[in-house]
Design a protein around this ligand. Structure first.
Ligand code: ASP
Length: 364
């Protein structure tokens, strides 16, 4: 049975379990868009988002769960390439406003920027003690071979899962995709054709879904009874990436570091955090740091970590005040910078927060 509630800003649809027993959990599903809910436009044959209630018709299985599911579509579904920091804050607010009412949350999202959204939410939702699971699909739900149904239904099952003490098994922001559950701020989209779209090179898989769902409990955040959710609502988007390559010119480096209003740079370096040692390069970096720009060193390699000082080609970066990103992903690094710059104007505090793991996003 489904009921519609139009009293809040968003119209929600609730699916109650058919079972006569009381529902074992309540899950809020936030629909943002993405391939999962797209259809082929009749004229141009391009994929465009379609109406949320049509999606529900494609997954009648949701009626069979023994928990209550409420659907909340954002006002306008988007291709996640149009995701913005404002929308991240909007989604975090929805979670915060509904936090007491629901046991957990599933966010349906396009795969292209899912890892950025998962990272941003992990920073905005401090003290999270419930599951927030992002999922999506490589093929639209209306297509027979779509991966949407399995991803969506298992994400719901994981969101509703509790241990024998009735506590949530997952109490952090995760991505569930193609049978694996990953920490959200450790995940990366690494595949645009195959169904295994996400990987997490520097942190173990948190759960695998086969006939049963096996959770790797030591790697999951532990549930902390009594802890309060604290919503952060400020992100500073005045940040950028600077990816170096052999032959990069001084003009390019100079132009990027001199962008007006820029506050932070994720410097994508080689290997274990190495960069050219030409005098001009070092001078540009030193000048940027003297102007109070935060520079966060992240490796172009997906696996391994930045160890500034291991090679002569990274020692200068350390000496001049570039902050090591250790094994953080580029997606997590840029959202962490937005968060840290949004939270404080104190450069010493910004540096401290960037250097240490705040939500399990990097190793020390
Ligand atoms: N372009 C789509 C999006 O990110 C791709 C997807 O959902 O897989 O919204």
């Amino acid at each position: 049975m489904s009921t519609v509630n139009t009293s809040s800003k968003y119209k929600t649809v609730r699916i109650n379990p058919i079972s006569p027993k009381p529902p074992r959990a309540s899950v809020l599903v936030i629909y943002t868009g993405g391939t999962l809910g797209m259809v082929y436009e009749s004229v141009g044959r391009q994929l465009v988002p379609f109406d949320f209630e049509q999606i529900l018709e494609q997954v009648p299985e949701v009626n069979r769960f023994d928990f209550e599911i409420t659907f909340l579509p954002l006002s306008e579904p988007i291709d996640s390439s149009n995701m913005t920091p404002e929308l991240w804050i909007e989604i975090a607010r929805i979670v915060n406003e509904n936090y007491a009412q629901y046991d957990s949350f599933v966010i349906l999202h396009g795969t292209d920027t899912m890892a950025y959204t998962a990272s941003a939410l992990s920073f905005l939702l401090e003290g999270l003690n419930k599951a927030v699971i992002l999922t999506g699909a490589q093929l639209p739900i209306g297509i027979a071979r779509s991966d949407a149904r399995e991803n969506f239904l298992t994400a719901l099952e994981i969101a509703a899962a509790t241990n024998l003490a009735g506590q949530p098994i997952v109490s952090e922001v995760c991505i569930y995709f193609n049978s694996v559950l990953l920490r959200g701020n450790r995940a990366k989209k690494n595949e645009s054709s195959d169904f295994n779209a996400f990987k997490s090179e520097n942190y173990p898989i948190l759960a695998r879904a086969g006939v049963s769902i096996y959770y790797d409990l030591p790697y999951l955040e532990t549930y902390r009874p009594g802890i309060k959710l604290h919503l952060h609502e400020k992100l500073n988007p005045n940040v950028t990436y600077l990816k170096i390559f052999p032959g990069i010119s001084r003009e390019v480096v100079h132009a990027v570091l001199k962008v007006s209003g820029l506050r932070g740079v994720v410097l994508e370096t080689f290997g274990a955090g190495n960069a050219p040692t030409m005098d001009w390069f070092l001078a540009e970096i030193r000048d940027a740091i003297d102007r109070n720009l935060l520079i966060f060193n992240v490796s172009q390699c997906d696996g391994g970590r930045v160890t500034q000082g291991q090679y002569q080609t990274s020692k200068f970066l350390k000496d001049v005040g570039v902050i090591s990103g250790s094994d953080i992903t580029a997606e997590s690094a840029i959202t962490k910078m937005m968060y840290v710059l949004g939270r404080t104007d104190d450069p010493a505090q910004q540096r401290t927060w960037l250097s240490e793991p705040l939500r399990g996003e990097m190793s020390l």
